[in-house]
Write a protein that binds this ligand. Structure first.
Ligand code: GAR
Length: 188
C-alpha cells in the first residue's frame, strides 16, 4: 500500500523536492498528499506548485495559539487521510495535539549528528565549535527540540572556513539519507 504523507517545510524545500523526485522515480512507496508551510510565500510553495502538489500556507501568528494553529493542520491532514508527517526544514516545535494525532508517525531531518547541535543553525553551530566531522540525523519527533529516537545518521567532513561548501555537502547527504530512510520505513 502506498503511504499517504504530508511534508512540512518553512523554507527552500530542497528536501521536499528530493523526496518527491524519489517518489516519482518509484524509489519511495508514498504519495505527498499535501505540503504545509508556516511561512507563506516560502520557496517550497513554488516547488510544490511545480509538481502540482496541494500546498497549505498558514501563518501561525494569525491563530490564537499553537493549539488552534495545529487544530487547523490536523483538520487538513485528516481530510486528506494523511498517515505520516515528514518534517523537512520545518522550523517550529510540534505541539502536543499534533504529536498525539500522529504518535510515532512524525519524522524530522536535522543537519547535525544529534545529540550534538540541536536547534537552529546546526551547521553554523558545528563550524563555530570547530568540529571536523558533522552530519545529518533522521529521527522520530517528540515534544523536545530534536530529541526523538534516532532512525538514521550519516557523517560529513567539515570544510574548514567554508560554510557554503560544508552546507552543500550536508544537503547532498540529507537528500540521500531522507529518501533512503523513507524507502525503508514505508516498505515495512
Ligand atoms: C535542512 O538542512 C534541514 O535539515 C534543516 O533545514 C534545512 C531545510 O532545507 N532543518 C532544521 O534545521 C530543523 N531543526 P530545505 O528547505 O532546502 O529542505
Amino acid at each position: 500500500m502506498t503511504t499517504k504523507i504530508a511534508v512540512f517545510a518553512s523554507g527552500s524545500g530542497s528536501n521536499f523536492q528530493a523526496i518527491q523526485e524519489a517518489i516519482a522515480h518509484g524509489e519511495v512507496n508514498a504519495n505527498i498528499e499535501l505540503v504545509i508551510t508556516d511561512n507563506p510565500g516560502a520557496f517550497v510553495v513554488t516547488r510544490a506548485n511545480n509538481f502540482g502538489i496541494p500546498v497549505l500556507e498558514l501563518a501561525p501568528k494569525t491563530y490564537e495559539n499553537k493549539a488552534a494553529y495545529e487544530a487547523k493542520i490536523i483538520e487538513y491532514l485528516k481530510e486528506k487521510d494523511v498517515e505520516w508527517v515528514v518534517l523537512a526544514g520545518y522550523m517550529r516545535l510540534v505541539g502536543e495535539n499534533l504529536l498525539a494525532a500522529y504518535e510515532n508517525r512524525i519524522i524530522n531531518i536535522h543537519p547535525s549528528l544529534l545529540p550534538s547541535f540541536p536547534g537552529k543553525d546546526a551547521i553554523g553551530q558545528a563550524m563555530a565549535h570547530g568540529v571536523k566531522v558533522t552530519g545529518v540525523t533522521v529521527h522520530y519527533v517528540d515534544a523536545g527540540m530534536d530529541t526523538g529516537t534516532i532512525i538514521a545518521q550519516g557523517a560529513v567532513d567539515v570544510i574548514e572556513g567554508d560554510r557554503e561548501g560544508t552546507e552543500a555537502r550536508v544537503h547532498t547527504l540529507e537528500h540521500a539519507l531522507y529518501t533512503s530512510t523513507l524507502k525503508q520505513l514505508f516498505e515495512q
